[in-house]
Write a protein that binds this ligand. Structure first.
Ligand code: NAD
Length: 344
């Protein structure tokens, strides 16, 4: 099938070209994001392949449909950027990659926890500058500490298994129980109990109307003094202003983010020669106990291989008229206010 691949970086091309030996689709790579301004690049492409920050609102979908596009292949799990109603009206099919490596995201979560706790990000800079002082680098044993996992699906489960290995007490909050988490000693509790008792709170639930700004002033007030908060799920789970207040008052002891509510203006691009206009983000950058990575938790070889293979297989299934478990339909998610839902 002729596929226009938007928002491509060198690493996307590398993994897609390799995986495509088995599928033989006609892939054309475009660097720009898909927007109203760039949609015409997809003229006469039956399929369009997109990533997390591409825009697939009703207008863009209408433009694509008018130019002959019938399939949108998301190379991610989330479909919050797609107007599913408009796609259904236009008879367009939407496919995605629901899971590609829970290990990638769970292991990155651990990287944030260990780095923040033992201040490795600060130690790295100090030692390079000939400063071998330990002042300010004091951490705590993870052993016997309580970790609260909100969302115990594929990624949350791997986090629970890893933390079990560290000898942590595990509290879990989810709308459904995952027996694999209970098997490693996770205790399911009400979210409020988890907020009160956890030394580390890590978020692994999807973004829905129910979970939007889950970590806000009220939630922070219930937490332990000096709590560590980690978010590798979706930026809007956290109300950024409230978290900044929590950091200033020192209620929050450290914060690790791989996602940020306004990340689409920043992440995946080199802006090092520009003046960043996002004052909230810049305020976050002033705290020594805040560590931000730019949505890279998924970024492992294994994940990129799975993403490219599943995406190309989704396209082949569509071309051959085969039903796909990876098809997204209107009933797949309740789109919350502002059009956000499940994540990458
Ligand atoms: P999953 O669907 O396997 O698990 C999500 C879990 O959240 C489920 O157990 C579900 O019951 C639970 N949940 C739903 N609503 C909840 C609520 N209100 N409160 C508590 N729990 C709730 O998904 P997954 O593969 O584990 O991914 C989790 C999230 O990780 C995704 O939604 C996505 O936003 C994010 N993600 C981030 C990256 C990255 O690179 N940073 C990569 C992949 C996924």
């Amino acid at each position: 099938m002729k596929v226009a691949v938007f928002s491509t970086k060198a690493y996307d091309r590398q993994f897609f070209i390799t995986a495509n030996y088995d599928y033989e689709h006609e892939l054309v790579f475009f660097e720009p994001r898909l927007t109203r301004e760039t949609a015409s690049l997809a003229r006469n492409f039956a399929a369009v392949c997109v990533f997390v920050n591409d825009q697939l609102d009703a207008r863009v979908l209408e433009m694509l449909a008018a130019h002959g596009t019938r399939l949108i292949a998301l190379r991610c799990a989330g479909f919050n950027n797609v107007d599913l109603k408009a796609a259904a009206k236009l008879g367009m099919a939407i496919v995605r990659v629901p899971g590609y490596s829970p290990y990638a995201v769970a292991e990155h979560t651990l990287g944030l926890i260990l780095t923040l706790n033992r201040k490795i990000h600060r130690a790295y800079n100090r030692v390079r500058e000939g400063n071998f002082s330990l002042d300010g680098l004091l951490g705590f044993d993870l052993h016997n500490r309580t970790i609260g996992i909100i969302g115990t699906g594929k990624i949350g489960q791997v986090v629970a298994q890893i933390m079990h290995g560290f000898g942590c007490q595990i509290l879990a909050a989810d709308v459904s129980v995952n027996p694999a988490c209970e098997a490693v000693g996770a205790k399911y509790v009400e979210r409020s109990k988890l907020l009160k008792e956890a030394d580390i709170i890590t978020l692994h639930c999807p973004l829905t109307p129910e979970t939007h700004h889950l970590i806000n002033q009220d939630a922070i007030a219930q937490m332990k003094q000096g709590v560590m908060i980690i978010n590798t799920s979706r930026g809007a789970l956290i109300q950024t202003e409230d978290v900044i207040q929590g950091l200033k008052s020192q209620k929050i002891g450290s914060l690790g983010l791989d996602v940020y509510e306004q990340e689409s203006d920043l992440f995946f691009e080199d802006l090092s020669n520009q003046i960043i206009q996002d004052d909230l983000f810049e305020r976050l950058m002033t705290f020594p106990n805040v560590l931000v990575t730019a949505h890279q938790a998924f970024f492992t070889k294994e994940a990129l291989q799975n993403i490219s293979e599943t995406t190309l297989s989704n396209i082949t299934n569509y071309e051959q008229g085969q039903p796909s478990p990876n098809q997204v339909s209107l009933g797949s998610a309740i789109a919350p206010k502002g059009g956000v839902s499940l994540g990458l």
